[in-house]
Design a protein around this ligand. Structure first.
Ligand code: NAP
Length: 260
């Protein structure tokens, strides 16, 4: 019997990167998983990558910046799978640029996707988790939410804000046995996150520049984050809530100062 046997999980942004790895890991542990995102073809790729019986993973398109779509997805997921036990707030976007040059559109995009959506999604699943006697919400933030980074101010702000929202939810729903925890990855390869910034063709160079910043000697892999998400989702973390956990190859131990 797997660690998530009998559990139903929603993974936002499940069509690529970390979300796909989390969905795969959860299904390996016998969860039934709903993956959502805007691009249906990516969700379908996840269904194929996860494998196993088709009833174990359900692809439901959803734009997480749209309240009606969030509510519709939660209702459909609970109706089709009989309840909701776990939510992984994973969908996110990243843009770079100095604060002095940032525009309103970029601000709105990052705050709506990285902060507003996890808040609204979490609130929407709470009644379903209460019906099951509890649940686990896992938010994928970033080390950018722990440390100001020149040129990434709005992204850092959004990731810091979502940590505090998650911790507040942890306090407000502890009595409902709903735990809320946050994972802060450093750079993880094999995702699309930096494509809008450096382009497909710039990804290898981007990864190469960041590799030396991680004391454990490599960038992250999506499975590194999926294992941490599994821990927070399952009963092994039953007495842990409101935690903000860097999963970062030691990067938070280092300073921003270049080696001299
Ligand atoms: N990769 C890293 O180094 C890293 C480090 C720290 C934190 N993170 C965080 O990890 C999370 C996952 O990112 P990733 O690295 O796996 O990058 P990714 O491959 O770009 O995944 C982001 C996912 O979010 C979905 N998404 C974006 N906007 C959405 C919207 N409006 N509605 C629904 N889905 C939306 C995307 O799907 P669609 O475009 O199809 O909607 C995509 O599947 C993000 O929150 C990111 O900030 C990543």
């Amino acid at each position: 019997m797997g660690l998530l046997s009998g559990k139903v999980a929603i993974v936002t942004g499940g069509g690529t990167g970390l979300g796909r790895a989390i969905a795969r890991r959860f299904v390996e542990e016998d969860a039934r998983v709903v993956v959502c995102g805007r691009r249906v073809e990516k969700l379908q790729e996840t269904v194929e990558a996860v494998g196993g019986p088709p009833e174990n993973v359900l692809a439901l398109p959803c734009d997480v910046t749209d309240q009606a779509q969030i509510l519709g997805l939660v209702k459909t997921a609970a109706g089709k799978l009989g309840g909701i036990d776990v939510l992984v707030n994973n969908a996110g976007v990243m843009r770079f640029g100095e604060l002095g040059k940032a525009d309103e559109h970029t601000y709105e995009l990052m705050m709506r996707t990285n902060v507003w959506a996890p808040w609204r999604f979490s609130v929407a699943v709470v009644p379903h988790m209460k019906q099951r006697g509890g649940g686990s919400i896992v938010t994928i933030s970033s080390i950018a939410g722990l440390k100001a980074m020149s040129g990434a101010g709005l992204y850092c702000t959004s990731k810091a804000a979502v940590q505090v929202i998650s911790q507040t939810l942890a306090l407000e729903h502890a009595a409902d046995h709903i735990r809320v925890n946050v994972i802060c990855p450093a750079l993880v390869e094999d995702t699309e996150l930096a494509v809008p910034i450096v382009g497909e063709e710039g990804m290898e160079e981007f990864y190469g520049k960041l590799r030396p910043l991680h004391p454990l000697g490599r960038n992250g892999r999506p499975d590194d984050i999926a294992d941490a998400a599994l821990f927070f989702a399952c009963e092994e973390s039953r007495w842990i809530t409101g935690t903000v956990l860097p999963v970062d190859g030691g990067r938070m131990l280092t300073s921003n100062r270049p080696k001299i």
